[in-house]
Design a protein around this ligand. Structure first.
Ligand code: CA2
Length: 145
């Protein structure tokens, strides 16, 4: 049976492909899920892909990932910039977490430059559009070998 990777998505990512294509591209979250499922299978992983608009649900899913998965890719959306609860949850679990962003957060508004979860993660991939997710899966393959 394949090892499981969780790919977790935070607030407003369910709107991808419907607005702001100039920043986030034209793919929907369902398109990104299909790409992650296919790339994960090639890397030998089963991908559990989820989205929520609620901070506490992301905390619960991180804890679940700590029990059921070998690693996590997370795009925490705007909670990236605010959530000490997510920082603590990432620290609390024993599996590696890779932070993902579609846009280059450092090239945008100043309030997006700081990620409060980044110090708790193995690393961050940002700025490559939806391909950032695929790069994160490759990073997780590399660090979970
Ligand atoms: O670049 C990323 O992946 C972000 O995590 C996306 C978040 C943003 O708050 C972060 O700073 C960077 C936004 C999620 C999607 O928001 C949308 C807004 C309008 C239309 C479609 C999506």
């Amino acid at each position: 049976m394949s090892k499981i990777l969780f790919v977790l998505n935070g607030p407003n990512l369910n709107a991808l492909g419907k607005r702001e294509p100039g920043i986030y591209g034209g793919k929907t979250l369902a398109d990104i899920e299909a790409d992650c499922t296919a790339a994960g299978a090639e890397l030998g992983f089963s991908v559990d892909f989820r989205q929520t608009n609620h901070e506490g649900v992301l905390v619960d899913w991180l804890h679940e990932a700590g029990e059921k998965s070998v690693g996590v890719a997370i795009n925490a959306g705007a909670y990236t910039h605010t959530s000490i609860a997510l920082h603590d949850a990432i620290r609390a679990i024993g599996v590696p977490v890779v932070e993902v962003h579609i846009s280059n957060i450092h090239a945008r508004e100043e309030f997006r430059h700081k990620s409060v979860i980044a110090p708790a993660t193995k690393g961050m991939i940002c700025g490559f559009g939806p391909h950032s997710y695929i790069l994160a899966l490759h990073a997780l393959k590399n660090i979970t070998q």
